[in-house]
Design a protein around this ligand. Sequence first.
Ligand SMILES: [Fe+2]
Length: 358
Amino acid sequence: MSVSDFDLISAWKRVLRLSRLQPGQVVTILTGADTHPQTLRCAITACADIGARLNRLDLLPVNGEKSLSRDSLAYLGTTPLTDNPAAIAALKASDLVLDLMTLLFSPEQHEILAGGTKILLAVEPPEVLVRLTPTEEDRVRVCAASEMIKSAREMRVTSAAGTDLRATLGDFPAIREYGFVDEPGRWDHWPSGFVLTWPNEGQSNGRIVLDRGDILLPMKEYVTDPIELTIRDGFVRRIEGGLQADILKEYMASYEDPEAYAVSHLGWGLQPRASWAMLGQYNKETHIGMDARAFEGNFLWSMGPNNEAGGSRTTACHIDIPMRHCTVELDGTATVIDGVVQDATGLAHAARRKVLGA
Ligand SMILES: [Fe+2]
């Protein structure tokens, strides 16, 4: 169902206030071929209402002819900012960039953030943005989880389906995604609500067994038959299973890049308003799957680049895989047990679901 402009403008204003937007600050709204018109016009109204000075920068799409998917996260690498100093200068001169286009995993983005500009990505459909409008409570919960990652040296992930992965941590930062940008130089994504980090290069080993109901992105498919991935020295070396495993292998092979198979970010979802079931209700081309990445208690791992965290891997291929019913341990302490986040909020939600029989 649609949401009204009033509802979306109200949501934008909450997010902009959480992002500490002040009257007179310069906001540049970055738009592209797939920008949702309601999201754009409501962002403009909300920014104007707060008294910001507003620009709009519309950039042409790139990489469409190379990708097998229309998903904006399906082909990384170059962006419309690559070799585009005029656009970079406009964004660097802004206090806040509202990215309604999807600028991600690019050195240009790092350059813009390094100057203190904040960037907030918001490309999910309007009703998803309203449902998943971030809160201060989201930030507190995500930050608490990231503190646990920060001090950890090993992540172990297990599941009844057969997953048993060990990853050494410590070389890359813990990233907190809570949906707004309250500090200079901060990037975030509305909607989100999860923590993640990257394993040290070459230091993840074991196997991951995707069970029925786990999710493949950007395919936006629920796994129906188990897929087993064998991981050695930081790379997925073997992918076995049925039709979905074959599609995954063929899709990844199309990038012709061995780096595509590197284990990328690892973390877990903390957003109780995000839904595992959402993916079954939407046309694939209308969204990028943030409900799937953020739903509470999922173990989210990926294959592909680590340049977002300061690493050198820049492969264009990126596969995100949210999994249910996993147990995540940091140095032997469980942060998630069988898909239940081990904090007060997570335990309360699990108890409520049990009462409801869900
Ligand atoms: Fe990812």
